[in-house]
Write a protein that binds this ligand. Structure first.
Ligand code: AHG
Ligand code: MN
Ligand code: MN
Length: 338
C-alpha cells in the first residue's frame, strides 16, 4: 500500500507559478522569474517591518528618537530601500523607478541582458501605517524599447500601460497577499508565514461584473466635476438596480483589492485641489488597470482607457476609475452625458 502523503493539497508557490508562466515568453531563460523573485523577496522584507511597526513605536517611547509620523516615514524609506536592494542585483533590470525617487535609477550599465524597467510605489497608503490599517506595494514591469540606450531613461519608463509585461501588487493586510499578472489572467498568493512562501490561494481571479460598493473619498464630493457627482448620486439612489454602500480605506491598493475580489468601483476623480486627481499613472494607476482588465474589469481616466495614456513624465498624476463592467459602463454613460 502506498504511504499517504501528509500534504493533502498540492502546494504551488509563486516561484513555481512564475516558472510555469514564463514558458509563454519566447526564449525565456529564467531571467524573468529571477526578476520577480526580487520583488517577492523585497515584499517579504517589507511585510516583516510592517508587522513590527507598533513595536518600533514602543521602543521609540522608551528613549530612542521617534516623533509622531516618523515610523511611517521610515517605512516608506525602508520599503524603497528593500526593493532597490533586491532588484539592483538582477542583471535583467536596466532601470528602476520609484515614487520615492525623483529620478529613475540606472543599473547594469553595460549589460546587454538589461532588458526590463521596474516602476513601483514601495509603500502605498503609508498614512495608514500608524493606525494598523492595510497598506501595500504596487509594481509595473516594462520591456526595454527597441534601440533604447541605458541613458535613455525616459524611453524605457514613459510607455503606455498596455505595454506592461507584468504588473501586480502586495497588500499587507490581515494576511499578506501578492496579486500579479503577466497578461495571462490574474493570480493571488498568500504568504504562509510559517514557511515564508507565497502560496497560490486565488487562482484565475475574475472581477465580478457587478458589486455592492463604491469607493471614493466623499469628503471631496463638492469639488468633483458634475458627471462624477451625478454618478455617485445614481449609485446611492439605486438607479443602477441597487442602492450601493460605500467602503473607503484610503490605501488605493487595499481599496482596489476589495474591488477586484468583490466587484464595485474605486474612484479618485479630479478635484479642485488636484485637477488631475492624486494618483500616479505609472506606478499606481497602470498596475491596477492592468490587473483589472486581466480580471475582466475596466479602468479609465474619465476620457481614455488608463492603459492607452501616453505618459509624459515619471510622476505624472491621473484621475482613476476602476471597477467591474456594469459600474464602469454606467460611469461611461454619465461621462458621455447620457
Ligand atoms: P501613498 O501613501 O503612496 O502616497 O498613496 C496614498 C494614496 C492612495 O493610497 C490613496 O488611494 C490616496 O492616497 C488617498 O488619498 P486621500 O486621503 O486624498 O483620499
Ligand atoms: Mn501610493
Ligand atoms: Mn507610496
Amino acid at each position: 500500500m502506498e504511504p499517504q502523503s501528509p500534504i493533502e493539497q498540492p502546494l504551488i508557490t509563486v516561484q513555481q507559478h512564475i516558472l510555469q508562466e514564463q514558458k509563454r515568453f519566447p526564449g525565456a531563460s529564467g531571467e524573468f522569474s529571477w526578476l520577480l523573485s526580487g520583488i517577492t523577496l523585497a515584499t517579504k522584507m517589507i511585510q516583516a517591518q510592517v508587522r513590527r511597526a507598533g513595536l518600533t513605536d514602543i521602543l521609540g517611547a522608551h528613549g530612542q528618537v521617534n516623533v509622531q509620523g516618523e515610523v511611517q516615514q521610515k517605512l516608506d524609506v525602508y520599503a524603497n530601500e528593500a526593493l532597490l536592494h533586491c532588484l539592483r542585483i538582477r542583471e535583467s533590470i536596466g532601470i528602476l523607478a520609484s515614487e520615492e525617487n525623483e529620478r529613475p535609477m540606472t543599473v547594469h550599465y553595460n549589460s546587454p541582458n538589461a532588458r526590463y524597467a521596474v516602476v513601483f510605489d514601495p509603500l502605498d497608503g503609508s498614512s495608514n501605517i500608524d493606525v494598523n490599517v492595510s497598506v501595500g506595494t504596487t509594481f509595473s514591469i516594462l520591456r526595454r524599447p527597441e534601440g533604447a540606450g541605458l541613458d535613455d531613461v525616459e524611453r524605457w519608463v514613459l510607455q503606455p500601460g498596455a505595454r506592461q509585461v507584468a504588473a501586480g501588487y502586495v497588500v499587507y493586510g490581515s494576511s499578506t497577499i501578492l496579486v500579479y499578472s503577466v497578461g495571462n489572467g490574474v493570480h493571488g498568493f498568500t504568504l504562509e508565514p510559517s514557511i515564508g512562501a507565497y502560496v497560490l490561494s486565488h487562482e484565475n481571479i475574475r472581477m465580478p461584473p457587478e458589486g455592492k460598493f463604491y469607493s471614493v473619498n466623499e469628503a471631496y464630493y463638492d469639488s468633483f466635476p458634475a458627471p462624477y457627482r451625478e454618478y455617485l448620486n445614481r449609485l446611492r439612489r439605486g438607479e443602477l438596480g441597487r442602492r450601493y454602500a460605500s467602503r473607503y480605506i484610503g490605501s488605493m491598493v487595499a481599496d482596489f483589492h476589495r474591488t477586484l475580489l468583490k466587484g464595485g468601483v474605486f474612484l479618485y476623480p479630479p478635484t479642485t485641489e488636484n485637477p488631475l486627481g492624486k494618483l500616479r499613472l505609472l506606478y499606481e494607476a497602470n498596475p491596477v488597470a492592468f490587473i483589472a482588465e486581466q480580471a475582466g474589469g475596466l479602468a479609465t481616466d474619465g476620457r481614455l482607457r488608463i492603459l492607452d495614456i501616453e505618459p509624459e513624465s515619471i510622476h505624472q498624476r491621473t484621475p482613476l476609475a476602476v471597477g467591474g463592467t456594469s459600474e464602469m459602463e454606467a460611469l461611461a454613460r454619465v461621462l458621455h452625458g447620457a
